[in-house]
Design a binder for this molecule. Structure first.
Ligand SMILES: C[S@@+](CC[C@H](N)C(=O)[O-])C[C@H]1O[C@@H](n2cnc3c(N)ncnc32)[C@H](O)[C@@H]1O
Length: 367
């Protein structure tokens, strides 16, 4: 039997092939990154002609070696893979983000200042108000809003339905409800579904349930088709009803970072780097009328600038949607991203701390 020719394992790939899911280096959403340009060294997983386990094991350790050993030849410089956060990792990172930011406090300000008058007309005198939360997470913001509706409509019955795909979030939401004594006259129904699955189910079963208040809070980044999602949920509004969308403002630091660096980051599940500016375009395209309320929100990201800092590392993971960004991103990208984070369009400096602009837009769409 002829000895097998040694398979070349490291080679340059044409730009047009970069987006096909190379396994060992950063995968960019459109195949072009201003940091790296089109020239990406790629190590490919070998498949096809392996005929025994020893050979496979050798291949695996060879690949590991290439990945882990800093090579002398810069042309062969391969980093560990850059990849998106999984659903669980994202949920974890989001929790930590909430702990270090004023995101929920910002929503609280909106709840106190503007929400009471927005919900005052809901239901137009009906004895029941139907509320639908989409992507409600663990429900803190939902329940705060329910309390405001209760305060504005004392003794009214509230049917609260929730669409949330993450079972852990649903469990935590249920636990909070169990421990809340002030939610009398409120019924809860959870649908463990994505918004699209719910829409499909409703259409298949010909359910045309109408709601008085529907909210999509910090979740549109993850849906498959933003326009059709908004159109569908708007069609579920009853008369005198409101659709509330809370999303990052076009003036937030996120908008600035995404503009410059989204092409250097691994795609999120759906790859939507959107802000209120994009949503306004969608709403206008659909011919819907709306009001926007802008609220500043802050996120202390000082630790992002400290090398090897665990909290800072997690923050950068959440900012970039990348698992272990500091250990997987190219050196240049890390440097330039940190530099950008310190610029005035992204952050302000206060008492030696760096505070990221996490400003939110509350968009209230009329039925
Ligand atoms: C950033 S969290 C926001 C949670 C909550 N609304 C808040 O503001 O605290 C996004 C939520 O959307 C959910 N989600 C992700 N993809 C979704 C989809 N396609 N449809 C509905 N919910 C989704 C996630 O499980 C998560 O709970």
């Amino acid at each position: 039997m002829e000895p097998k020719a040694k398979t070349p394992r490291v080679f340059m790939m044409k730009q047009s092939k970069i987006a096909d899911g190379c396994l060992r280096v950063g995968v960019f959403s459109n195949g072009y990154c201003p940091m790296n340009g089109a020239k990406l060294p790629v190590v490919r997983a070998i498949d096809g002609d392996d005929d025994n386990d020893t050979r496979k094991a050798k291949d695996a350790s060879f690949e590991r070696e290439i990945l882990m050993t800093p090579p002398n030849n810069s042309e062969l410089c391969v980093t560990l893979p850059m990849r998106s956060l999984t659903v669980e990792e994202y949920a974890e990172a989001f929790k930590s983000f909430l702990d270090h930011s004023t995101e929920h406090q910002c929503m609280e300000q909106f709840n106190e200042k503007d929400l009471p008058s927005i919900v005052a007309s809901l239901g137009n005198g009906k004895s029941t108000i139907n509320v639908l939360g989409v992507g409600s997470g663990t429900g803190e913001q939902d329940l705060n809003m329910i309390r405001i509706i209760q305060a504005k409509h004392p003794a009214i019955l509230i049917n609260n339905e929730i669409i949330e795909p993450n079972p852990q979030h649903i469990l935590a939401y249920k636990e909070t409800v169990r421990n809340s004594s002030d939610l009398k006259n409120v019924s809860f129904t959870w649908h463990q579904l994505t918004s699209m699955e719910y829409e499909k189910q409703a259409k298949e079963q010909n359910i045309q349930k109408k709601f008085d208040f529907i909210h999509l809070i910090q979740m549109l980044y993850r849906v498959e088709d933003i326009r059709s999602t908004i159109r569908f949920f708007h069609s579920c509004l009853d008369c005198y009803a409101k659709l509330l969308i809370i999303i990052l403002s076009g003036n937030s630091g996120w908008a600035s970072i995404w503009k410059k660096y989204r092409h250097c980051l691994p795609p999120t599940d759906s790859g939507h780097y959107i802000t209120a500016d994009d949503i306004k375009v969608v709403l206008e395209g659909l011919g819907l009328t709306y009001q926007v309320y802008e609220f500043p929100s802050a996120w202390d990201i000082t630790e992002c600038f400290i090398d090897e800092d665990t909290v800072g590392g997690h923050m950068l993971d959440f900012l970039t949607g990348t698992k272990d960004f500091m250990n997987t991103a190219p050196h240049d990208l890390k440097q330039r991203l940190r530099q950008a984070l310190g610029q005035p369009e992204c952050s302000t400096k206060k008492d030696g701390r760096v505070v990221f602009r996490n400003d939110l837009s509350m968009i209230v769409v009329n039925s």
